[in-house]
Design a protein. Structure first.
Length: 133
């Protein structure tokens, strides 16, 4: 996988304010605010910062959490996971494996077949529907 490396000034110029806050400063968008929560078409979800393929619609499901949720990444090397002990919690942060941008967190309360819930900030994702959708 090709690594995307930019200075923080370059990221600020490339990303919208909310995108920068979430992706580069490890923020979280408000629950229920992403239009991707309602996205039902077949397609693929890419990192808004670098275009790396992250998830497919075949793995998206309604978790009730208020954020777009998936039970597995598109490829084993699409995302990286890191321990996150911020806010007095123990969680697993999910980042884009290409550019290192913060995407959200993964939890062990998802559906079969993985039992995982990749709870992603919609602002971190770019959706491209399949051509026939």
């Amino acid at each position: 996988m090709t690594k995307v490396i930019k200075s923080e000034e370059q990221w600020k110029a490339l990303l919208k304010n909310e995108e920068y806050r979430v992706l580069r400063e490890k923020g979280t968008e408000r629950a229920g605010t992403s239009p991707l929560n309602e996205e039902k078409r077949k397609g693929q979800y890419f990192c808004v910062a670098c275009g790396n393929l992250l998830y497919t619609s075949d793995t998206k499901y309604e978790s009730g959490s208020g954020w777009p949720s998936f039970f597995q990444p598109a490829r084993t090397d699409s995302v990286s996971e890191h321990s996150d002990r911020s806010f007095f919690m123990k969680r697993t942060e999910v980042c884009c494996s290409s550019c290192g941008s913060h995407l959200g967190h993964v939890f062990e309360d998802g559906p079969a077949p993985t039992g995982l819930r990749y709870c992603m900030n919609g602002v971190a994702l770019h959706f491209e529907p399949d051509e026939n959708e």
